[in-house]
Design a protein around this ligand. Structure first.
Ligand code: SF4
Ligand code: SF4
Length: 407
């Protein structure tokens, strides 16, 4: 069944096929790549070409006056081969240029092990935030927002919700992490509660509706609290973390382990060995797909993320903290947008969780478009199969550029 572009079903209550074919595939560690490329945009490299680094070693960090601190660690023992050069088309969004650090992986490099040092109960909130900050923890649901910032809300917080809804078709990596490492996720949740002063926490797994993973909807369903328009979950006393973000917090605090890898679902009809793999950050998607037995002749489109909210990428693109899936889709799994004329059915606005009049906003873009959460429901429900989401992403980027110029 084609799900990448609209199948032409409209109206509220729209069902998106789940296609969780890898739900029973246990997590495996992917064979190590020969090299990784870490994005160090807005960071200062701490190593130079020729340096040898151990796995977990800090290799770049943002300067003290950066708005948000970011840092990057070597995922495996390696030698620095290139330092801070500019590359094009190699990052998750597949375009633009970015500075990166290339590390050549040693043949006998082993992944970071466990070393229980801290007793989490002994830590105060500031210590937990500082560990999250120095471990380079980022939101792993796709947003890649620094975890330490999320754990520093200015509003009083009483609940932490771990979002395990994983609504996108194909993706099952969070489901497997919860199945195989639930104790680690629960520990991460308790640490997050400790950090923000929450007294209650819960892990929420798959709901029936694709949009149930959308934070305001999740909070409304679980706690019956309404996040105000333009507001954040913290405005109603809630912090929401992704499953793997919570696991990473546990590993950073209890095992002294920085963020160096993540579990990624690899799927699509062109893949011989679909499944859930632990992949070092900075690994090229080409390496992941080769190891999983992709048939490059049949792969019509490679997507980082899920088929609805994810982005088409090049094989040179690297895995980041936000890459939940790598899909190599065959011709029968996709269809190109048809660009048929709009029939003014209103579906796109009706299904939009923000009630945005997307067609009007694309004709005459205003800042209201920036409220779009890029859920893709408008495109999925459009009987004319218009590429609404792609156009929205372009328009949002132009609006942000224009706003930056005027500020
Ligand atoms: S992608 Fe944006 S405009 Fe489209 S339905 Fe989702 S929030 Fe609304
Ligand atoms: S773009 Fe036009 S045809 Fe497509 S859902 Fe919106 S109103 Fe309907």
């Amino acid at each position: 069944m084609c799900i990448v572009s609209s199948p032409g079903r409209g109206g509220l209550g729209i069902k998106i096929p789940r296609l969780k074919r890898t739900a029973d595939s246990p997590i495996q560690r992917l064979e190590a790549p020969l090299r990784v490329r870490l994005s160090i945009d807005a960071m200062t490299p701490l190593v130079t070409a020729g340096d040898r680094v151990e796995s977990g070693c800090l290799v770049a960090e943002s300067s003290g006056n950066a708005h948000w601190y970011r840092c990057s660690h070597a995922p495996l023992s390696s030698t620095v081969s290139a330092n801070g050069h500019s590359t094009t088309g190699q990052h998750e969004n597949g375009n633009g240029s970015a500075r990166s650090l290339e590390l050549l992986i040693e043949e006998d490099s082993t992944p970071l092990g466990r070393c229980d040092h801290y007793h989490p109960a002994e830590l105060d909130p500031e210590e937990i935030r500082d560990i999250a900050r120095r471990a380079g923890l980022l939101g792993m649901g796709g947003g890649m927002f620094p975890t330490y910032v999320k754990l520093s809300p200015t509003d009083p917080i009483d609940w932490v919700i771990i979002n395990g809804c994983e609504s996108e078709p194909y993706l099952t990596c969070d489901h497997r992490v919860l199945l195989e490492h639930r104790d680690e996720v629960e520990c991460g949740m308790r640490l997050a509660m400790q950090a923000v002063g929450a007294t209650q926490g819960t892990i929420v797994t798959a709901k029936d509706d694709y949009l149930d993973g959308y934070e305001p909807r999740l909070i409304q369903k679980v706690l019956n609290r309404q996040v105000p328009k333009g507001g954040r979950p913290s405005h109603v006393g809630v912090v929401v973390l992704n499953v793997q973000s919570a696991q990473a917090l546990h590993r950073a605090v209890c095992e002294h382990r920085p963020l160096v890898d993540r579990v990624v679902t690899v799927d699509g009809n062109t893949i011989q060995r679909p499944g859930n793999y632990v992949v070092p950050l900075g690994t090229e998607i080409r390496h992941v797909l080769d190891i999983c037995g992709v048939d490059w002749d049949q792969a019509q489109r490679v997507i980082a993320g899920g088929p609805i909210m994810g982005s088409p990428v090049q094989p040179e693109t690297v895995v980041t903290a936000g890459t939940g899936g790598i899909l190599a889709l065959s011709g029968d799994e996709i269809s190109e947008p048809n660009h048929n004329p709009c029939i003014r059915c209103g579906n796109c606005q009706e299904v939009c969780p923000r009630a945005l009049p997307s067609r009007q906003l694309l004709r005459r873009p205003t800042d209201q478009l920036l409220e779009c959460i890029e859920c893709g429901m408008c495109q999925f429900s459009c009987p004319a199969q218009q590429p609404i989401l792609q156009e929205i992403r372009k328009a949002k980027s132009h609006l942000r550029d224009a706003n930056d110029l005027n500020s």
